[in-house]
Design a protein around this ligand. Structure first.
Ligand SMILES: C[S@@+](CC[C@H](N)C(=O)[O-])C[C@H]1O[C@@H](n2cnc3c(N)ncnc32)[C@H](O)[C@@H]1O
Length: 256
């Protein structure tokens, strides 16, 4: 086996991305998100929810760490950021066009964590504690769920069953799921993606990989979009706000 080229992580690290990064990862626009109920699953110290709400969007964050006090979250995330920033610079699987340097990447992550921590303390109602593969929400509570840097990328640590149950559960609470990235930390396509796509338990779903123009981890210029087919009786029902009309056509760069 060739030696590893990517980050060697022995746990899921507590790093956060900003709203601006999420918009690029998931091919989103503020206009497309307006009026939707959005769940950021495994949101951690991302500032997506805080920044989305500042823009008047309806976002909720969900993560197992929200049981912890803010001070403990801050300590762990700053330790994880130190470790990643120290080790990432010589890894050949990254393209530095966007962040420019480990220091540039670090300042995005630090800004995300700082914005998150302030909002977590002042608007705790937007941060729901819980652990996948369960999600403490009602059926169909959300229009869109985003999962950034948990599923697929950690496939060496999280089992196929965990992926399957988590995705099924997120499809229970949301009409559409977007997952980014679809590669591992070695920048290889996750082996779980095709297994899920071909699994009989997802016969009622469509899996589409959508290309974007954002690539940091090599081959990560795409996200996975999973939607449930409407049951036959519901096909004539006209939703007041349809995601397909809210988002630009699949498969292309969204001009971000
Ligand atoms: C690398 S961070 C990504 C955070 C955020 N999505 C982002 O991209 O900025 C991974 C997050 O997954 C969370 N996590 C790990 N296992 C989880 C589980 N079983 N249920 C919910 N969250 C989990 C961790 O607490 C951590 O916050």
């Amino acid at each position: 086996m060739p030696p590893p080229q990517g980050l060697q992580l022995d746990r899921v690290v507590l790093l956060g991305r900003t709203y601006d990064e999420y918009v690029r990862f998931f091919g989103l626009t503020e206009k497309a998100m307006r009026g939707l109920k959005i769940l950021d699953a495994a949101a951690g110290v991302s500032s997506f929810t805080a920044e989305a709400r500042q823009r008047g969007l309806n976002a909720t964050a969900f993560d197992r760490i929200y049981e912890m006090p803010a001070g403990a979250i801050e300590k762990q995330s700053s330790r994880d950021l130190d470790e990643v920033a120290r080790n990432i610079g010589d890894k050949s699987v990254y393209r530095w066009g966007f962040y420019k340097s480990p220091q540039g990447m670090r300042s995005y992550r630090a800004r995300a964590a700082e914005t998150f921590l302030k909002d977590f303390q002042s608007h705790s109602q937007h941060y729901v504690p819980g652990s996948l593969p369960s999600a403490p929400f009602a059926d169909g509570q959300f229009d869109l769920t985003l999962v950034s840097y948990l599923l697929f990328v950690y496939e060496d640590q999280l089992t196929f069953d965990f992926h399957k149950q988590s995705l099924r559960e997120l499809l229970r609470v949301s009409r559409e799921i977007r997952i980014y990235p679809t590669v591992t930390f070695e920048a290889h396509p996750s082996t779980f993606l095709d297994l899920l796509r071909n699994d009989a338990d997802f016969r009622d779903c469509s899996f589409v990989e959508v290309t974007t123009d954002f690539e940091f981890l090599r081959n990560s210029n795409r996200f996975l979009k999973v939607t449930r087919h409407a049951p036959p009786a519901a096909r004539h029902y006209r939703a007041s706000r349809s995601i397909t009309s809210a988002f630009p056509a699949e498969g292309g760069c969204l001009g971000l």
